[in-house]
Design a protein around this ligand. Structure first.
Ligand code: F0G
Length: 456
């Protein structure tokens, strides 16, 4: 059969409330034109994020009923620890309530002012947690990764030559180097095994710990299976094991490829480091066998980490995202090519080519998608990563202005995605009438969450 179907059927449904254009117009104004400030009840198709929004399986719900809520040493914890060790191969596992807690514990243990942390591209919380320690976050993705039209199969790869130069220049001041799988801020693009191997070897040469941001490890493993020579016969779980064997540790948000609604972990092979990290874990997350999670959450994750590696699931997952990307390309809509693993990213700079980058084309496009059809997306560009110049107040623009249509896992059907295609195409046809935006309020860090805007 050529048709790839959702490899599941639906047992429980959640009604969607339809809104009118007038209602959406009023809600947009009340939300300061920031979709983060909209009530989800007024969103028809929610593509804000693939994080924590997965539909859990019957097996996961059953696992939740087995959850053991003991404060210390619960059965759920042992199942969680066993699953993480089996797939990721690290001896030491610390549960956390979500990915950024792992980041905070890792970076506040390792980094100090003046340090430099390289990554292919830091995600927003990763960058913020590095910068909160006084260290500098450096994005070293390959040049193709910044070119929305390049069809390079592994656009998430880190530029190894630039990494070598950074490690040589900042010798002794690089406490950790990271690779984000897949590269979320750069379009959900995968990293190849060869690149992970090269980064790992270089880190070893310079004595720098190598960590993986593992959020979308299963989707990245699928791309390696599909695109990298020598991997087509390997199982995703074996590809994942091979990847993590290259690393000294990882941070993980189980809200993505853990197929869970909350949770994550920090893992390492370094007992001395872990001793310091556990103190921080207990201080704010909780005891070392639950880390801010209920026993039932640990069980849902232990099950979800394996389900995310299922080949039928991954084939459907990646194909359904590509399908959305292909329909948009057919309609002439500029997107980050090729489509990523968890999302299609509209290229707002080409989509609204008459809006200058400092006039926030990504934000304008996000607003139009909601206005048009009640679709919520997120800007990944100047709003998220730009900074006003301290002297002039002039907006410093990000390398790309993207609008991410993130696809929650196992949640929407093909007709939902067809609705999205129609909405984006409608906005594309009336794009010349869309105006830019400006900030009316912004917080000093992670400004995109709470910012407010006005139309120009
Ligand atoms: N790293 C990456 C690559 C991420 O995409 C995220 C979250 C995190 C770390 C932090 O994890 O949210 O569990 O604290 N990304 C979400 C998103 C929020 O929408 O892409 P968290």
């Amino acid at each position: 059969m050529r048709t790839i179907i959702e490899p599941f059927r639906i047992k429980s449904v959640e009604p969607l409330r339809m809104t009118t254009r007038d209602e959406r117009e009023r809600l947009l104004r009340e939300a300061g034109f920031n979709p983060f400030l909209l009530p989800s009840d007024a969103v028809i198709i929610d593509l804000l994020t693939d994080s924590g929004t997965s539909a859990m399986s019957a097996e996961q719900w059953a696992a939740m009923m087995r959850g053991d809520e003991a404060y210390a040493g619960s059965r759920s914890w042992y199942r969680f620890e066993a699953a993480v060790k089996d797939i990721f191969g690290f001896d030491i596992v610390m549960p956390v309530h979500q990915g950024r807690a792992a980041e905070r514990i890792l970076f506040s243990t390792l980094c100090k002012p003046g340090d430099v942390v390289p990554n292919n591209t830091h995600f927003d919380t990763t960058r913020a947690n590095v910068e909160a320690t006084g260290a500098t976050a450096l994005d070293l993705v390959i040049a193709e990764g910044r070119d929305p039209t390049s069809r390079h199969p592994f656009k998430g790869n880190l530029d190894v030559d630039r990494l070598r130069a950074v490690l040589a220049e900042h010798r002794g001041r690089v406490p950790v180097c990271m690779l984000t799988l897949t590269n979320n801020s750069g379009g959900g693009q995968p990293v190849s095994m060869a690149n992970a191997r090269a980064v790992s070897a270089l880190c070893r040469e310079f004595g720098v710990p190598f960590y993986i941001d593992a959020c979308r490890y299963a989707e990245n493993a699928w791309f390696i299976k599909m695109r990298e020579e020598g991997y087509s016969d390997k199982r995703p779980i074996d590809i994942a094991r091979e990847l993590f064997a290259l690393a000294d540790g990882c941070t993980m948000s189980a809200k993505k490829d853990g197929l869970a609604n909350i949770g994550g972990f920090l893992a390492t092979r370094d007992e001395r480091l872990a001793t310091r990290e556990r103190d921080l874990l207990i201080l704010t997350e909780g005891f070392t066998t639950y880390g801010g999670l209920a026993g039932r959450d640990l069980d849902a994750i232990a099950t979800g980490l394996y389900e995310a590696l299922d080949e039928d699931y991954l084939r459907y997952r990646i194909r359904s995202v590509v399908w959305l990307g292909e329909r948009l390309l057919e309609a002439g809509v500029p997107i980050m090519e090729p489509p990523g693993g968890h999302a299609v990213y509209l290229d707002a700079r080409r989509f609204l080519s008459h809006v200058a980058p400092r006039d926030l084309p990504g934000q304008s496009l996000v607003v139009e998608l909601y206005r048009e059809a009640g679709i919520r997306a997120v800007e990944i560009g100047t709003v998220m990563f730009g900074r006003p110049d301290p002297a002039t107040g002039e907006e410093g623009v990000a390398p790309l202005d993207l609008v991410r249509l993130a696809i929650p896992r196992r949640v929407y059907t093909q007709s939902h995605v067809e609705y999205v295609v129609e909405a984006v195409t409608n906005v594309w046809h009336r794009r010349d009438a869309v105006r830019g935006m400006r900030f009316t309020y912004q917080a000093p860090t992670l400004r995109h969450f709470t910012a407010r805007f006005a139309s120009l």
